[in-house]
Design a protein around this ligand. Sequence first.
Ligand code: NAD
Length: 554
Amino acid sequence: GSATVSTGGRVVRAARGAERTAKSWGAEAAKRMLMNNLDPEVAEHPEDLVVYGGTGKAARTWEAYDAIVRTLDELEPDETLLVQSGKPVGVFRTHEWAPRVLIANSNLVGDWATWPEFRRLEELGLTMYGQMTAGSWIYIGTQGILQGTYETFAAVARSLGRESLAGTLTLTAGCGGMGGAQPLAVTLNGGAVLIVDVDESRLARRVEHGYLDEYTTDLDAAIERVVAAKNAGEALSVGVVGNAAEVFGDLLLRGIPIDIVTDQTSAHDPLAYLPVGIAFEDWKREAEADPEGFTARARGSMAKHVAAMVGFQDGGAEVFDYGNSIRREAQLGGFERAFEFPGFVPAYIRPQFAEGRGPFRWVALSGDPEDIRKTDEAVKALFPDDAGLVRWLDKAGEAVHFEGLPARICWLGYKERHLAGLKFNEMVASGELSAPIVIGRDHLDSGSVASPYRETEAMADGSDAIADWPLLNALLNTSSGASWVSIHHGGGVGIGRSIHAGQVTVADGTALAAEKLERVLTNDPGTGVMRHVDAGYDRAKEVARERGLKVPML
Ligand code: NAD
């Protein structure tokens, strides 16, 4: 697709193809993925360097962006660039096995880890919010969360004793970069869904990209459409422009037959959640003028929003928090029953994390969708017995509109991912794929996150807030041959609430890349198994024994 929006006076789009201007594929890939994050087709607000997730940025300023690009082009294959919260700060001589880029984003010392202090430092130009894959240059658009959301809704259907979501109605809110995956994830599971967003342009964008069937500004019309679809057992997604803090309560009072309720507004950052009573047009101005007052109003609205969610649960609906910390914000806003519904990880995802499974993703640097089609076939051939995986890849091949460089996501676990990585590397070497493949993952992951309201909520041993694990994960990936490694704070759930790490490794078809891929893609999910063994999960212990993970005290 072609870029149309200007970004600080320019339009960013990554180069495509097998010719590189940087001196190594590691540096070239980092540069292209930084650029891809800021491609107007990919980023939610590219003019502000914002990729997704409220204010998740790829670089601190446009000057910093230019300096990163320039440095990556000049970087020797035995040098490493250090990036401190979106600003390139140093280049060091390392060696060929070392990452080409090491990134630390948004980290603050514990007692200082609050939004007001973060914003004060940001205002001084000293830091930026990196979210998860924004500041670590491996965001792939809304697809990045689609399979996780699809799997989560499939698990919801199972927990309701159903084979699919056909005949059910889901209510949710937040149709942004990640939240925008919800409508398609529900319809892929056969259900009807109503999604509320205050920003009409977000709903329009999801319709344009095929993630949402239709939207309206008329709540009654929307209700009529989704209830009819539910009753007919049809899959349909309808967006409605409105404030979730009002609309959820309204729907509860009116007794609309809603079966499942969740939310993916940017609640992790109270300034990115629009309170009731502030007009959409005044949002940015009001938030900047009085961040503390705005935060209090946003929390007040989130209290209403979450109260309605608990009300739906009281009425028998399946209700869960979708990883944006809205329960904590509602609690701070004065609603005491906020934690009465669970987070999605303990409710549906933890058993997968115990196997090191999580969202594994890859990107074709050729820019050619045909390369992704070939990798889809290769993954299906590697894991023909994984029916869910094969079904997902078939559905994704039909339903996913690529945003930016063609990419794919699928959930693979320990002793699986490296097989895919090695296969892709062979396909690059043989010329079957027309350029290198970038292989990474989300920070929504089994071994690289400490996030007590999300990934590590309700761990069996109470170790929710222990953040040694993501640091060990980053050190191990750095020692194993990753192309770039990042350590972030505050992604997903906001400042003060998470510490997490990422890795990206390039399959450029060389023998050296194969050696690195085998180690990184084994060790990285291996830390997820290790972390869950340590917390006492039986499935993780079984996986460690069966698949040969060495855990000294097991
Ligand atoms: P985004 O900023 O791109 O989108 C948020 C959307 O919420 C926007 O469209 C905004 O208009 C809307 N919104 C804000 N206030 C609203 C209100 N009162 N009523 C209705 N709509 C409102 O963010 P995103 O990338 O979609 O992420 C959403 C949230 O999900 C974030 O908190 C993020 O950290 C979290 N997240 C969760 C996961 C997961 O796996 N569960 C993954 C990534 C991100």
